[in-house]
Design a binder for this molecule. Structure first.
Ligand SMILES: Cc1cc2nc3c(=O)[nH]c(=O)nc-3n(C[C@H](O)[C@H](O)[C@H](O)COP(=O)(O)O)c2cc1C
Length: 398
């Protein structure tokens, strides 16, 4: 692994933080672009009251000077604006139960399992960290990684494919249609490129809210202009598909991941499941389809990376499920914390961020260097080799 990161922070604590280690020097960092990513995570129809309180702004504490990375660990911080109303409870120094303890675990959340594991009676000690507020830092880290990918013209995009039972016709995310698809996604309240499906999804969220219910759904993340050669078949944990799957699965509430057309091809005969290889003078070695989602044998093959995530419905329910009161052992309804009804659009943004980190990590592994200049030199040589030996015309950067 070339690029590591850790995050810390409780949902209602003073702040969230992250350290990104292994990032090369010389990469320009646009703080406005980081904050735009933070705002994208906070959006999406179906979010709860918390997102109206927070206006996430990244503070860079280390690793960047004058808007350019130093090659030292990049430290990031996001303040929790809600902390002052929680200081009595969440202060690292004086925080106490304060009547805000949680004793009725929510099915589907980390409450019960976390309480058993860490020996916490007050489940707030678990849920404060299990809360998806943590994903804010993953978006911040991903936003830094995206700035490296942008230097090499590798955009990371996503679209929501379904919410509840409402499904969209997926937009083909390709270089020449990138702006069009992005525009459609970013102007949809549920980040879905299919306008008609988008309206149905909004109606489904409204209906779920009225019924005290919640909804899940699915999304796709794509990365364009990925060169052949990231990841490796040589060892299981170096496989790019494995790393992408783990990263997307790590997004809270994601319960299934698909690379390319993984689920569909499982039911097809072999001749329809692979991407045949062609070669001509103009295009060199190329494919006409991308069922593999840009990865074969754990190695990027030069086609766009495509990975899908399937998110379960939000576990906090305003009409709660049966649970138990841990103080009495009596049957009780599960606790209710302020909550989203549906967070699939936001989960897609988080998934973009973790995919950006995986691709940046694999890119640095292959073309690694301590400075952007060194990485770019190594990458240029690889592209030259591909052009000369394989007549590769697929990827380039200026
Ligand atoms: C962006 C995003 C927002 C979420 N918002 C909530 C929420 O408001 N309420 C909730 O109960 N779960 C929410 N979740 C899901 C929980 O964090 C998740 O279900 C919980 O941590 C348990 O993990 P698991 O579902 O992966 O087992 C959200 C997830 C994501 C990705």
């Amino acid at each position: 692994m070339a690029l590591r990161f850790l995050t810390a922070g409780e949902s209602h604590g003073p702040a969230l933080s992250a350290i990104l280690e292994g990032f090369p020097s010389g990469v320009p960092i646009d703080i406005e672009a980081l904050n735009r990513e933070m705002a994208r995570r906070q959006g999406g129809y179906g979010r709860g009251g918390r997102m109206a309180i927070e206006r996430d702004q990244v503070r860079i504490l280390a690793g960047v000077r004058g808007g350019v990375t130093l090659g030292t660990p990049v430290a990031l911080e996001v303040e929790n604006l809600d902390f002052p109303s929680w200081e009595d409870v969440m202060s690292p120094v004086s925080g106490r139960e304060g009547g805000r303890g949680v004793y009725r675990p929510r099915p589907g959340h980390a409450d019960l399992a976390g309480g058993m594991k860490y020996r916490h009676r007050d489940l707030r000690n678990v849920l404060e960290r299990a809360s998806a507020r943590e994903t804010a830092m993953r978006v911040a880290v991903g936003a830094v990684c995206r700035q490296l990918l942008e230097v090499f013209s590798m955009p990371v995009v996503s679209q929501v494919l379904s919410i509840g039972k409402e499904t969209a016709t997926p937009a083909a995310i390709a270089g020449d249609r990138l702006d069009e698809v992005r525009g459609a996604v970013e102007s949809s309240p549920v980040r879905c490129a299919d306008a008609e499906a988008s309206a149905r999804m909004v109606a489904a969220i409204d209906a779920a809210r009225r019924d005290g219910e919640s909804l899940g759904g699915s999304f796709e993340v794509a990365v364009l202009n990925v060169p052949p050669g990231l990841g490796s078949h040589a060892q299981w944990d170096r496989r790019l598909d494995c790393r992408l799957a783990a990263a997307v699965m790590s997004v809270p509430a994601v319960k299934a991941v698909e690379i390319g057309d993984g689920m569909t091809v499982a039911g097809l005969r072999g001749s329809l499941a692979q991407d045949a290889i062609y070669c001509d003078a103009q295009r060199g070695v190329h494919r006409l389809t991308n069922r593999a989602g840009g990865v074969e044998g754990g190695i990027s093959n030069g086609e766009p990376l495509r990975v899908r995530g399937y998110m379960k419905p939000i576990p906090t329910m305003y009409r709660p499920l049966p649970s138990v009161d841990l103080r009495t052992g009596e049957a009780a309804q599960a606790a209710v914390e302020r909550s989203d009804i549906c967070a699939v659009p936001a989960a897609a943004v988080v998934a973009e961020a973790v995919v950006a980190w995986v691709v940046a990590d694999a890119f640095l592994e292959k073309f690694g260097g301590d400075s952007l200049e060194e990485v770019a030199d190594n990458y240029r040589r690889h592209l030259q080799y591909l052009r000369e030996v394989w007549r590769w015309t697929g990827t380039s950067f200026s």
